[in-house]
Design a protein around this ligand. Structure first.
Ligand code: AMP
Ligand code: ZN
Length: 148
């Protein structure tokens, strides 16, 4: 079932991705439809690094209507497959940053498609903790009560 996509917000003045959508600045466009656009990242972490964005300006994933998330995210398998086939990369990451603390620099929601190659040194180190069972119960209550 397709979720309806409400009327989009206006383009954000000064937003570089809104300018790409409007055709005001160039981009190497890979794919375009009514709701989404995919193009090559100009500062690639690896060859073929690409971005998928909604045409409408939303800052972060959690602000987007579900239907629009679906319209963007459903492109990832197809684009990822084409990117790795074109570049020969044996693997790829999807990255999506929300907020400056999470590494977001361009404040227009985007998914990264990042081809991965042997010895590319793109790995990151998470220092994993251990889930405390009491806190897990608190989290269960606090998160599930907010799922609306
Ligand atoms: P993030 O850190 O998740 O906000 O990533 C922003 C990404 O946008 C970076 O990988 C940039 O290289 C990329 N980027 C910024 N400006 C442009 C542009 N004009 N065309 C294509 N990619 C861009
Ligand atoms: Zn924008």
């Amino acid at each position: 079932m397709t979720t309806a996509i409400p009327t989009p917000p206006a383009p954000e003045p000064g937003c570089i991705f809104c300018k790409i959508v409007a055709g005001e600045i160039p981009a190497y466009k890979l794919y375009e439809d009514e709701h989404a656009l995919a193009f090559l990242d100009v500062g690639p972490l690896s060859r073929g690094h690409s971005l998928v964005i909604p045409k409408a300006h939303y800052t972060t994933l959690d602000q987007m209507p579900d239907g629009l998330v679906g319209a963007c995210a459903s492109l990832l398998p197809r684009l990822g497959k084409a990117v790795v086939a074109a570049t020969g990369a044996p693997g790829w990451n999807v990255l999506q940053n929300n907020g400056p603390i999470a590494g977001q620099v361009v404040m227009h929601m985007h998914f990264h498609i990042i081809p991965r190659n042997e010895g590319d040194s793109l790995g990151y180190r998470w220092s994993a903790g251990k889930l405390d069972s009491q806190d897990a119960q608190t989290l269960l209550n606090d998160i599930t009560s907010r799922l609306n």
